[in-house]
Each structure stands twice: as structure tokens, then as C-alpha cells.
Ligand binder design. Sequence first.
Ligand SMILES: [Zn+2]
Length: 651
Amino acid sequence: MRGALVAILSIVLGATSPAAQPASTGVIAPPLSPRNASYTIAARLDPSTHTISASETLVWRNTSKTEATELRFHLYWNAWRNNRSTYMRESGLRGTVRPDADAENTSEADRSRIDVTSIRLTAPFAADLTAAQHFIAPDDDNESDRTVMAVPLPRPIGVGESATIEITWNAHVPRAIDRTGVVGNFYFIAQWFPKIGVLQDAGWNCHQFHASTEFFADYGSYDVSLTVPRGWIVGATGVERDRHDASGNTTVHRYYQDDVHDFAWTTSPDYVERVERFEHPTLPPVTMRLLLQPEHAVQAARHFAATRATLQYYGEWYGAYPYGHLTIVDPAYHSGADGMEYPTLFTAGTRWLAPGGVVTPEDLTVHEAGHQWWYGMVGSNEFEDAWLDEGFNQFSTARAVAAAYAPHYYSRRYFGGFIPYVFGDIVLSREVDDNGWSAYTAVATRDEPSTASYKYFPTSAGGITYAKTALWLNTMERWLGWPLLQRIMSTYFARWRFDHPAPRDFFDTVTAVAGRDLGWFFDQVYRSSNAFDYGIDDLSSVEDGDERRTTVVVRRYGEAIFPIDVRVTFANGEQVTEQWDGRDRWKAYVYTRAAAAESAEADPGRVLLLDVNRTNNSRSLAPRTRQASTKWSTIWLVWLEDCVLSWASLA
Ligand SMILES: [Zn+2]
């Protein structure tokens, strides 16, 4: 998902084709994933009461090396049942992480809940487990949290064995909160069904719903029938296979998709629908279905262009998008549903006024479309290793946006966010702005990325999970070169797509592809919260007989270590570049030359994008460059302010 990092745009308004039936079927053969958690769901939405009544048949296979003595399910909607859930408690930590997470001030009618009314095993043996269900809180022992349901089994389900579980439940749709719920007649329904956790060799991985982390699930096939009011438009994971009218002035929409690990849907009578196709000489075609708010219909081409750019660049860099279709949802204003990823469907988000030269809605569209790779196909654990999807995707988004939308400019919104103003003289850079440098520096030392993500201080997610990862990946690109980093990332993607990689799997891929152990680098950026800060501590040029003696002192102000170049420029134009391993706290370089020194710079090529203080990186004996660095600082100050505001709204 994405908070509000500023984006860009440049856009050519092109004609969009009328709605057409998606060509693909959702069926994938041969299977791409283990498909060990497959759901057949029938759900009925009653807008008059904001309720969903539903049943599901889950076919689950134990792919771990341990037998299952109980089953564990996520019941995410109980996070908004009251203000005692872990989600709500965390949201209140140091100000609300999510400004809309305030159940105390909402009525019962606005809250959500999910109640399992029956749970029965029909294979490999029959058992009614309804009375055995109970809530557990494996992360924090919060007895009031009801987001994880445990169900002991009368006898274990063995390694490799399959089970069929039938569940019925009722749920109340919340007033729009954290990308789920209802506002007016707009519904966005996510994390909504009883969803089995991931059984690993060490046991169940089934975390509670936390305020600042996301989800983790096994792959499977989803066959979902949704009953909604007749005439309402439905968007969902997968492809619509069948549609028929039913009693009570309703219509049943049946969606199907293989090889995904979640299913989300939306319905509203107001959507404007457009369909276009992505085609590419070496990548498979993709039907793009766009569901827009009517007031944004004029921005259809911008959404398609950004999605097309994502399918192209991510496809060329990492690997092909295999599903053949992708649904883009432009959610209702104030629904809080914008900027979120689901398999074969994502929500973007735009405003009525979206000026040229600014990448809104493109940045968000690329980011959420990009999650089809880092989240959708590579199914890392978002509770524990959120940086593996969000950080990789932040890096990839910035890279794709730079490729598709350069230049783009800084903008701000005024009058309650309604009126945008574009600063045409502030061009945003991928390296600093789009990676989120200011967001990182604001929280650089507050959490170690190797900590399980759900244990981060809630407001560290933006700066650490997203920005720090993007900055160190971009640093690797500038240090090792894009051809090598591209091979590393595409190899990692190929090895781990439709699987659940852990951080060590990425590090092992780096070692294998790069042909050397970069463990020391990951010790700095992953296993440490230390900050990088190199600078020129002193620069002097004094008379030494007929010549000038120049002394440069370069210093490591931060705890983290990285090799850097040091460049000294003399008044006659001569330049000397030293390579310093960066390990000691300082190093002095002395030169005796005819000419005096003019300037010295630490990391002049700006390889180390994680350096938290660039203003100390250069020193000059000539006043002109001093002015330049003042100008830089001013731009950064503007940026810092913006990013603090932007990241504050990160979800
Ligand atoms: Zn994201």
C-alpha cells in the first residue's frame, strides 16, 4: 500500500475503448503455486443493514513438516469491533497512526465484526468444530483481541494431508476505515472472510491484525459468488465467470482466480467502467479494467498509462505478469480505500483536479500495480518482513516513474487539499524524493529492519519499511550497477514467485548472483538501526614555501559504515579522487601543490543515498559553492516539510 508520497504526471488524454468482456478466465494451467488454501465462497451483501452473510468451503493442504493439531484463522474485521483490539490500541500509540481509527467515537452501527456461526470439518474426517472455536492473541496476549480464531482438532491433520472445512459467518461492514467498508453506496470489501493462517515447519504463522502491518497467506484458487443489488457494478479479484439475477432484486456475480493468496471486491452503482489492453512484444497481453468515480472519468487515460508503464517496466525488469487481466479501482472520495493492493486488483486514488507535471495519480497507480510483483506473486510475510514487499516496491515505483514520467515536479495542495499548486522550478528526483529520503532521515535510528515489522514503533513504517529499503536498493544500484542489481532482483523473483521467501532468501540470492558475500552491507542496512553520515570535517590550504599545503579531514559522523570516495578540487581545475574504506572515525589527506584547494566532497557521486546529512558532505574555500549548498538546503527544507506531512498520512 502507499500513503501519500507525491507523484507525477504528464499525460496524454487518449480515447478509451468501451467496456469489453475480459478475455482471460482466471484459470491457469499448469498451476503456478502450491494451491494449498483454496476457497469457494458465497456471500450476500445487504446494503440496508450493512451486513454480509456468507459461507465458505476451504480446501487446505498441510504443506509443512509438522502435523496440525489445531487450525488458526484470521478474523480481521474484529479489529474494528471495539477500541480494545490490538489494532486500535496500536493506533492510539503516540497519536493515531490512522486518523480514521477511532472506534470510541463511532457508533455501534459504524463498527465492524465478524462472527463465525459454524465451522465443520468434512474431510479427512467429519467433525463439528463450532463449539471449540476460541480467540487467541499470539503476538501480545491481548485478551480483548478477537482477530485470530483457534480451533483445536479432535485428531491431527498430517503432513501432506488435505482437509475440507465448511464455515458460515455473518459480518457487519464498517463505516469506511483503513481501506475497508462503506461510504454512501460505495463498498470496498477486503480482509473480509475467515482466512486460514500459514502453517510453517515451526507452527502456525497467524498474526493478529496490527495497525501498521499487513497480511500473509497461502496461495490457492478462489471461486466466489457475490450477491449484490441488481444494477450495481462489481469489481473483484479474478474474472467474472457468470452473472445471473436472483430474488430480492439482486444479481449474483461469480468470480474465479487461480494462484492468488487473497480475494477482495467492491461494488457500487456509480462506477464508470473502461477497458483497455496492454500489449508488448515479449510480455503476455493484459486486459486492464478500470472502475472510476464518475467525476474522474476524464482521468481514465492517465490510469491506463501508469498501469501500462508498470506492466512494461516491472515485466521487463523482474518477470512477466501472468494473469491476463488486472482491475484498477478508483475508490470513492473519503472512503479511505485508496492505495491498496490485492491479487489482480488494486485501488489507486486521485483528485478532481490533477494537474500535469505532477504524478498524481500515476505514482500511486504504479505503486499499487507494482505490488502484483512484490506482494502478489512474491508472497513474503508482510507482518514480519514488510520491507520485502513495500521497500522493494517503493524502489521499483521510483525507478518506473523516473523512466516513464521525467521530469515531474513538486506540488502542494491548498484549501483543504482541494487546489493543487505545481512548483515548476522544483524537479523531483528519484534518488532523493521518490525513494523518500526525508521520511527515512526523520526516523533513521528508531527501528532495526530485522525486527518483525509488526513490532516496529507504529510510525516507523514509512521511513524504515518503505524509504530505507528503497534507498539501500538504489544505493546498491549506484554502487554495483543496474545490470547486476537487475539480475539479482529478477533471479530472486524467479526463484521465489508463488512462494514465501524470508530475508535470508534475498541475501542468499545476492551472494549467489553477485558472486560475493555482501553480508557486511546487510549488517549495516538490515540488522542495524545505525545511521550513515559522512562529511568533510575540515579543509584548509596554507602556504608551504612556494607551494600550498592542502589538508582534507573526512569524518564518519554516523555509526554505520560504507566505503566512499573523497574528491578534492584545486583552483587550477585539477581533481583528485581518493577511495576511503570509511571504517575509521576520520581520515586526513594532505597534498602539496602549486594551486590551493577549492573544495572537497565526501561521496561526490552520491552513491550512498542513505547519508542522513548531505549538508556536511562538501566544503569549499570559494564562496560561490557555499551559496549552492545553501540553495540545496532550502530545497530540502521544503521537502522535509512536505514529506513529514505526506508520511504522516501513510497507512
Ligand atoms: Zn505498498
